[in-house]
Design a protein around this ligand. Structure first.
Ligand code: APR
Length: 322
């Protein structure tokens, strides 16, 4: 059986970690594309030379030519500038939309059957633009944000409750920005509500609320927290891990339920916009959008987040790129 093929557009910080994770897990042959001459070839040569040590048998090559992404099963896009301290993801829209347009044309013309996972920011706008330019069906153009935002939320909960990260379930909905919606009601440790465990720990509902609010706020600002510390560039290990989890679910047809940025058709009261929601990811890409009932507070937060995404899309329209 032929191995799967994964192409990575953008060979920077995230692209490099994506290549390494895909190789270590032997998810398929990896092609790393970048416009910078020689850099993707150098990175992949370095990585391939680690294969006897790590014991992976997939191939890993670098390129500056889109023709090398032909027949990709999955294409992951990280091309674009990352944030600098003090910038919001939305500040990247002008420069990254030009890059995304070029990248999406390259994918459309060279890998027309691929499933595309977009990581470039501002995510909700970039995935919308990628879909428009490729013309691919919505189930094959997916944004990575929710897996990462949810992982950050889960990590904070696990650290606070001093339990394994493996036993925490936590999910965020909405856009990949300050308006994202970490779902408190559904956060659990092996099904036990996190709020109940916090009340037990602190012996007071008010204190539990306070601690949860701090974790929610930290989740919303988590990308910026990393940017501030790094000073140059933004998070790269965790976004790469998130996109690899999505890729694995697709290539192995695992049908995992993961929060991803999907084009909604009325679900959660959002119509015609890409927003983060739980989806079944399998061989066909987004195989199902899972809708469930939000309470009034959650729905108001979701509406607010969807409105922020709509604002970004309006910006793209004003710029004439959408
Ligand atoms: N085509 C392909 N690659 C491009 C293009 C283009 N038109 N323009 C820039 N690139 C490449 C750069 O050469 C660089 O190697 O994209 C890469 C981006 O890498 P980094 O600057 O290291 O950024 P990274 O941390 O990987 O983040 C990439 O993901 O999370 C988002 O906000 C982040 O938008 C940013 C993206």
């Amino acid at each position: 059986m032929a191995r799967a093929k994964i192409s990575l557009i953008g060979g920077g910080q995230i692209g490099g970690v994506l290549a390494q994770l895909a190789c270590l897990r032997e998810l398929g042959d990896v092609v790393l594309f970048d416009i910078v001459e020689d850099m993707p070839q150098g990175k992949t040569l370095d990585l391939a030379e680690a294969s006897p040590i790590d014991g992976f048998d997939v191939s890993c090559t670098g390129t500056n030519s889109y023709t090398d992404i032909a027949d990709s099963d999955v294409v992951i896009v990280t091309a674009g500038l990352p944030r600098k301290p003090g910038m919001s993801r939305d500040d990247l829209i002008e420069v990254n939309s030009k890059i995304m347009t070029a990248v999406a044309e390259g994918i459309r013309d060279n890998a027309p059957n691929a499933i595309v996972i977009v990581i470039s920011n501002p995510l909700d706008a970039m995935v919308t633009l990628c879909r428009k330019v490729t013309g691919f069906p919505a189930e094959r153009v997916i944004g990575q944000a929710g897996v990462l935002d949810s992982a950050r939320f889960a990590a904070f909960i696990a650290w606070e409750l001093e339990v394994s990260v493996k036993d925490v379930t936590a999910m965020t909905l909405g856009g990949h920005g300050d308006t994202m919606v970490p779902l408190i009601r559904y956060a659990s440790v092996q099904g036990i509500p996190v709020m109940e465990m916090l009340e037990q720990k602190y012996g007071s509902a008010a204190k539990a609320e306070e601690v949860m609010t701090a974790m929610v706020e930290r989740t919303k600002a988590a990308g910026g927290e990393v940017v501030k510390l790094l000073k140059t560039g933004s998070a790269f290990y965790s976004p790469a891990s998130a996109a690899i989890a999505m890729t694995e679910s697709i290539l192995k047809d695992q049908k995992r339920v993961l929060p991803v940025c999907a084009l909604l058709n009325g679900e959660f009261g959002v119509d015609g916009f890409y927003v983060g929601v739980p989806c079944v990811l399998g061989a066909a890409g987004i195989e199902k959008i899972i809708e469930f009932k939000l309470d009034a507070t959650e729905q108001a937060l979701m509406d607010n987040s969807a409105n922020a995404v709509k604002g970004l899309i309006a910006d793209l329209e004003k710029m004439g790129v959408l």
